[in-house]
Design a protein around this ligand. Structure first.
Ligand SMILES: [Zn+2]
Length: 199
């Protein structure tokens, strides 16, 4: 990796993406050889900067850094299956009627009613994982919400039915889903990880 100081950044100006700086960083290749030393190929190390557009989900990620968990709700009176349904994860459109859903603040619902629906502990993670292992993934269910949300339990041992509380990276937000972690009910403010708060 080279010239990190010129790493690409993007601004939206008049509704258009305007990249500036470098987005592709090649590194020297290395030969691939067999046991006899014959050349079989080369590695091509490449470092690229992805531009990930949030579109209608921007407000969801922005709000995590402010200690708020937003969801959406179908308010279409003609939607037989979905009317009144609350979606978490945040869905821009109702999957039943395809009408744009209403953004709602469900922070209080999450603080009062979140329980572990099921969980998974993994020792092996995908590329670019930033979380410590073993990694405790939990599926969180909320009262009155139609869907469950995948999340990260950062302390304690998960159990099915256990009450959990959302915590937010409000001090140094990353503008990603990693700004939302979960702790067992009863966790004190002084036990929270660096940069995380209850609200
Ligand atoms: Zn609907």
């Amino acid at each position: 990796m080279s010239s990190a100081e010129n790493r690409g950044t993007v601004q939206v100006v008049k509704n258009r993406y305007k990249p500036s700086g470098k987005f592709h960083f090649p590194s020297p290749n290395t030969p691939i050889r067999n046991e006899e030393g014959s050349l079989m190929g080369v590695t091509n190390p490449r470092d690229i900067v992805h531009i990930h557009a949030y579109g209608g989900e921007s407000i969801f990620f922005e709000s995590l850094g402010k200690g708020k968990l937003l969801a959406t709700r179908c308010d279409n009176p003609d939607c037989e299956e979905g009317h009144g349904s609350i979606f978490q994860p945040f869905r821009i459109h109702c999957p039943d009627c395809l009408v744009k859903a209403t953004v709602i603040d469900m922070t209080d619902i999450a603080k009062k009613t979140s329980r572990i629906h099921t969980f998974m502990i993994t020792e092996r993670t995908g590329a670019f994982n930033l979380l410590p292992r073993p990694l405790k993934f939990i599926n969180v269910e909320f009262k009155g919400v139609s869907t469950v949300l995948m999340g990260y339990l950062c302390m304690g041992e998960p159990e099915i039915g256990m009450k959990v509380i959302p915590i937010f990276n409000t001090r140094a937000p990353t503008s990603t889903i990693l700004d939302l972690w979960w702790v067992p009910e009863g966790t004190g403010e002084d036990q929270l990880p660096e940069n995380f708060t209850f609200e």
